[in-house]
Design a protein around this ligand. Structure first.
Ligand code: AMP
Length: 210
């Protein structure tokens, strides 16, 4: 049976990094609403233009926009699926339930005071989206992606002020999503502190145990 997994956790918990590894090693198809929205902003699509202001303010893009995006993607995705950054509100979680079955929600937990430091030191590749941390997983050459040679940049919403707003949004709107999946009996909590391979191993063990 093809697993459908939701990755939950605050901004900076390592969702994107862990999702990349799961894609590479377990052949999951990753659907990341953050990546899709950033792509829309970059290309100047109507969706991107509408989303930009919300993203830069650290707020959630309106539910109907992201739900529409997920609906389109799920319709053309086959095999095991990993949802990264969706759902982020109860409304989104309820809509997702109508679209597909979710087997497991993996909630990556990291102490709040570590999150800001993790995010402001983050650099992303403009070309392939790979993510680095200047202290924990630095690129071999400053400003250049190890994987594709693309230019590294700091996401406009990775500044300290926006990160604090994103953390507040997470607490107000996304924490209830964990409770939603707990009540369904599919929530698994994973300690997100430690090295990237350590956290990956915890996630893999969780997935294997089901
Ligand atoms: P991320 O890359 O997952 O940290 O997402 C970056 C930004 O995109 C968030 O701070 C939101 O503004 C927006 N975003 C991503 N996913 C969602 C979602 N499921 N619902 C609403 N807004 C989202």
């Amino acid at each position: 049976m093809d697993l459908k997994i939701v990755l939950l956790g605050p901004p900076g918990c390592g969702k994107g990094t862990q999702a990349e590894r799961l894609v590479a090693e377990m052949k999951f198809t990753k659907i990341s609403t953050g990546d899709l929205l950033r792509e829309g902003v970059r290309l100047g699509t109507p969706l991107g233009l509408e989303a930009k202001g919300y993203m830069e303010a650290g707020r959630l893009v309106p539910d109907e926009l992201v739900i529409g995006l997920i609906k389109e993607k799920l319709a053309v995705t086959h095999g095991p699926v990993l949802l990264d950054g969706f759902p982020r509100s109860l409304e989104q979680a309820r809509s997702l339930e109508k679209l597909t079955r979710i087997d497991m929600a993996v909630d990556i937990q990291v102490n709040e005071d570590k999150l800001v430091h993790r995010i402001v030191m983050r650099r992303s590749c403009k070309s392939c989206g790979a993510v680095y941390h200047l202290e924990f997983s630095p690129p071999k050459h400053a400003d250049k992606c190890d994987k594709c040679g693309g230019e590294l940049y700091q996401r406009s919403d990775d500044t300290e002020q926006t990160v604090r707003a994103r953390l507040k949004t997470y607490k107000d709107q996304t924490l209830p999503v964990s409770q939603f999946y707990r009540e369904k009996g599919v929530l698994h909590t994973v300690d997100g502190e430690g090295s990237i391979p350590q956290v990956y191993e915890r996630i893999m063990n969780t997935i294997k145990k089901g």
